[in-house]
Design a binder for this molecule. Sequence first.
Ligand code: DGJ
Length: 670
Amino acid sequence: MCIIDSTYSLDVLPQEYSTCGVGDMRLTSAEVEHANGSFLLDLRYVEHTIHSGKYALEGLPAFHGDDWETLSVVLRDPSSDVEIELLYGVCEAHDLITRSVRITNRGKEDIYLHKVMSLCLDFCRGDLDLITFDGGHTRERNLNRAPLRQGEQGVSSVRGASSHQHNPFVIFCEHDAGEENGLCYGAALLYSGNFDAKAERCQFEDTRFVMGIHPYGFRWKLAPGERFTAPEAALICSPDGFTPMTHRFHRAIREHLIRDPHPGERRPVLINNWEATEFDFNADQLVGIAAESAKLGMELFVMDDGWFGKRDDDTSGLGDWQVNTSKLPGGLEAFVPRIKELGMKFGLWVEPEMVNVDSDLYRLHPDWALGEPTRPQAFGRSQLVLDFAREDVRNYIYDAICKVLDSADISYIKWDMNRSLADVWSSALPPDRQGEVYHRYVLGLYDFLERLHRDYPALFIEGCSGGGGRFDAGMLYYTPQIWCSDNTDAIDRLKIQYGTSFCYPVSTNGSHVSAVPNAQTGRCTPIETRGVAAMSGTFGYEMDLGKCTEAEKAIVKWQTEMFKEHWKLIQEGDYYRLTDPFRNLDYTAWQHVSPDRSEALVSLVTCSTRAAQPFIRLRLKGLDPARKYSVNGSENLYGGDALMYAGYPFPLFSGEYQSVQLYLKSKTNP
Ligand code: DGJ
């Protein structure tokens, strides 16, 4: 007798990893082309194991550490012998679950992978909001929130990098979820290339979410016995809103993802010459900028773009990693000691993935750039992309960069990447492997960075991609901080840093004070306000401080001292968003609170001005209600309860773009 159970349908039931073409019509998790041309994939449970410790992913970034457990679930498509292993890492301390997937071809013929998502997550409800972080160059990670509608929606990048336009971090939450209330789920992909984060609100009010490498241009050949590994995704669920989710992501990323070469140490306050000079500099001028900044407390001088090859603008030089001795006579061997004599460390900008047609490297190896020989290539910022999928290309660039690193005492590099990928075709791969180039490029990038990490263990690397075009959890595994945006305008930065803060810790957010009128917006903001905005990150300067007035220099000196004193609170404390800069157009405020709640730093910046402004009474967060706190050293003590539930009254502000910081210190024990 055949019993038909109409409640059992693959198209309805939640799946840990969805099938393809065998009855579940919702989003697929994997699409595999078998030798007979079929795409059908029916995944059946085979076995599972649980062991202590965290799985590792060869050649890919991953969370790591001691207190983890791993669950491995093996599925198999009975007709084709495609085996899929679902990997789950569980870190109880941070309530974090990671996921990855390995696909093994256990059959006898080649297969082609067209889609391999890192995770599939079925919610048994459709009434959720989707929050994404979107924008463009100089306006990265603006928060967008909308209720899920029936059908597919999401964010993605096919730019070869995670992109300025969409970030590989999304949140699903209840419609009324806020900072401290409502159920929310955050999902971050540890991947720096094309990604897809897609949700489908389905016919019966359930929601499927898949996230992983974007299927666009992806076709990976898997010979019998070979295995493909998808990048890792990280998930945190908070029943109490965004703030606890943020705190867990921040701690987990700081403690289990980032590999800081100098853990526990304060990073030096840096001065970068880019906005002051761009390509137009010489050694004496740079030493002048460094000398002035050393007097004001800066500890690391970073020489940005323009120090190598024939590089007087962005049309030439990339690929020729030899010092331009007309700008720097005697090379780094002569220049770096002059910086070190000032008591500063030295850092250097590089853009290893790129080449200009007007370069010795391109003249010698035109086929090292991505692109089909018979088609004209698309340029971005006048440059082409080197084929980092090729080991020989990477080896050449690696050796060239190592020669530079070995020539002087260099403690930091800024790794830039200033265009999206196009003409994605590699001269080193056969036609049936061209669909692998996007991903092989990212693996090549990771391989390069891993070699640097191994060969130069003390070297600190800051990531950068035209600002924040590759600000993702994958890069953070190799580069513990990332230049947040090319937009250094203090007011615009409030929004960029607000969006960035939902997943990424303050210590990862590269932020500098720059000159006014601001190079990107033309806006003038007081030096105090620029300092407050930049202090909510790694903190540094990007201007010729010699051009400041004596009064401004005094403020800069105070700012660097203040940052040095409170860096631990700022970078390792819990971060609270006190306002939403997309809704409150009058002012933006945020707060750092030490883990033991004995101190806090509140920052507030006004974004507009008008007559007869209402008083600002700001309700603080994260304090101990039973303790009393002094504010900026005051004799008067304020109860933590009063500061949180009644609020702190600010004086009336006069003039545009003002700022205040309150340092709170607890005077009583709980
Ligand atoms: C883009 C970066 O974001 C800038 O900070 C600067 O390094 C330029 N590239 C240099 O070309």
